[in-house]
Ligand binder design. Structure first.
Ligand SMILES: Cc1ncc(COP(=O)(O)O)c(C=O)c1O
Length: 403
C-alpha cells in the first residue's frame, strides 16, 4: 500500500500562515507611508541582521547573487583577476565572479564536509601560482593573472573550515569573502581564536540570500552582505544604489540593487523566529541521523565536523542509485531535490574554461550520489518517519525507532 503521509520537500505555506497578521502589518505600514524603497524598515533590518551575524555592518540588496557581486566589486577586483571557489555550489557563486569582471578558478571540496578543502586550496596556490613577497602579489602561471580572493561556500548550512582557509589567505595576501547564502546562523569554532564565530562575521565580507526557500527567506527576491569593514560597507551601499551616497551625485557607476522596504520588514518579522527554526532543523537532522543509523552502509549521512554547528538548510544523503530512490519516494508523495547534479566545471556555461571530467574527482563523485531529503522546521515526526521508512524500504533496511 502506498504510504499515506505526503511530505513536501519544503513547506513555505505554514510559516507564512503562522505569521500572516504581522506580515500584513508590514505591507500596511508601507502603504500608509509610501515607504517602498530604503527608509526605516531597511535600516532596522540591516541593524538586526548585522547583530544576528555578529558583524558590524549589513547592507541589504536585492539578491544573494548581487550580494556576492557587490562584495567582489567593493573588494576592488579588476578585470581578469582570479577569484578561487569550489565547483560544488549553485552557479550564482561563479556568475557573481564573472559578472564582477573576474575569472573563476576552482579547487575541490572535502568529501566529508562538501565544502572547500583547504589542502586543495594550498596545493593550487603552491603548485600553480608564484608569490612575490615584496609586492604581496600572487600570479597564476597559466593565465599570468593576479589571484585576489577566495570564496568558501558554507553549503547546505555547514561551515567551510575557515581557520586554515584564512591562514592560507593571509599568507598569500588574499581576501576571503564567505558565500553564506545557505548558512544564516551557522557557527564555526575557531581553534586559532578559541571562540565560536557566526557565518558572515569572518571574512572581509559575506553574502546571504533571502530567496524564499532559504532558512531566512523573504516573500520574493532579497539578499544582504555583512562585513566588519566600514569602508567595504560604504562602497557596497554606493554600488547597490547607482554609485551615489547623495541623491544624484554619482561618484561611480553602480547598479539598481537595493533591498525593498516590504521585503526588509518581512525579514525583520521572520528573523525573530530564525534561531528557533534553526534549532528545529538541527533536531530534525539529529533524528534523521538516529533513524538512519542502521542503514549507514547504504545511506551516507551528512557529517557535521566538530568545529561546526550547521543549520541544515538542506539534509543531503548519498546513495548508489539516487534517481531510483527519488522515484520511489516520489511515488509515495515525498519530495526530494538534488543540489547540484552537474558540477560547475562540467556545465556548458563554463566550457570555455577548459576543465574536463576527472579534474575535481571529489565533487564529481559527490554530485553523482547526493539526494536532498525533506527538511523544514515545521516537519512533523510522522512526516519524518514516513521519509525514513520509505527510504529504508528502498535500500532494504528496517525502520528502527530509537524512542
Ligand atoms: C550557495 C549560493 N550562493 C548564491 C546564491 C544566490 O542567491 P540568490 O538566489 O538570492 O541570488 C544561492 C541561492 O540560491 C546559493 O545557494
Amino acid at each position: 500500500m502506498a504510504n499515506p503521509t505526503k511530505v513536501p520537500f519544503l513547506d513555505l505555506i505554514t510559516p507564512h500562515q503562522e505569521l500572516e497578521a504581522e506580515l500584513l502589518d508590514v505591507v500596511k505600514k508601507a502603504l500608509n507611508t509610501a515607504g517602498f524603497i530604503g527608509g526605516p524598515m531597511v535600516e532596522n533590518f540591516e541593524k538586526e541582521f548585522a547583530a544576528f551575524c555578529d558583524a558590524k555592518f549589513c547592507v541589504g540588496v536585492n539578491s544573494g547573487t548581487d550580494a556576492l557581486r557587490f562584495a567582489f566589486m567593493a573588494a576592488g577586483v579588476k578585470a581578469g583577476e582570479i577569484i578561487i571557489t569550489v565547483p560544488h555550489t549553485f552557479i550564482a557563486t561563479t556568475e557573481a565572479i564573472s559578472q564582477a569582471g573576474a575569472q573563476i578558478a576552482f579547487v575541490d571540496i572535502n568529501e566529508q564536509t562538501y565544502t572547500m578543502d583547504p589542502e586543495k586550496l594550498r596545493e593550487y596556490l603552491e603548485a600553480r601560482c608564484d608569490f612575490d613577497a615584496k609586492t604581496g602579489t600572487l600570479i597564476e602561471r597559466r593565465s599570468n593573472q593576479r589571484v585576489v580572493g577566495i570564496v568558501p561556500v558554507h553549503l547546505y548550512g555547514q561551515m567551510a573550515d575557515m581557520d586554515p582557509i584564512q591562514e592560507i589567505a593571509a599568507k598569500y595576501n588574499l581576501w576571503v569573502i564567505e558565500d553564506a547564502c545557505q548558512a544564516h546562523g551557522a557557527e564555526y569554532f575557531s581553534k586559532k581564536d578559541n571562540v565560536w564565530k557566526r557565518a558572515g562575521s569572518m571574512g572581509l565580507a559575506a553574502a546571504f540570500s533571502f530567496y524564499p526557500g532559504k532558512n531566512l527567506g523573504a516573500c520574493g527576491e532579497a539578499g544582504a552582505t555583512t562585513t566588519n569593514d566600514a569602508a567595504m560597507a560604504a562602497r557596497m551601499k554606493m554600488i547597490r544604489d547607482h554609485g551615489q551616497a547623495k541623491k544624484y551625485y554619482h561618484d561611480i557607476e553602480g547598479y539598481n540593487g537595493r533591498l525593498d522596504s516590504i521585503q526588509a520588514g518581512w525579514l525583520s518579522v521572520k528573523l525573530k523566529h530564525l534561531a528557533k527554526w534553526n534549532e528545529s532543523r538541527r533536531s530534525l537532522a539529529h533524528k534523521y541521523h538516529q533513524l538512519f543509523a542502521d542503514a549507514k552502509d547504504a545511506v551516507a549521512l551528512p557529517i557535521e565536523a566538530a568545529w561546526t554547528k550547521g543549520v541544515y538548510h538542506l539534509y543531503v544523503v548519498r546513495v548508489q542509485d539516487r534517481e531510483a530512490l527519488q522515484a520511489a519516494l516520489a511515488e509515495a508523495g515525498i519530495g526530494t531535490g538534488i543540489h547540484y547534479p552537474i558540477p560547475l566545471h562540467l556545465q556548458k556555461a563554463y566550457s570555455s574554461l577548459n576543465y574536463k571530467a576527472g579534474d575535481f574527482p571529489v565533487t564529481e563523485r559527490v554530485a553523482a550520489e547526493i539526494v536532498s531529503l525533506p527538511m523544514f522546521p515545521q516537519m512533523t515526526e510522522v512526516m519524518q518517519l514516513a521519509v525514513v521508512s520509505k527510504a529504508k524500504d528502498f535500500v532494504g533496511a528496517k525502520l528502527t525507532l530509537s524512542r
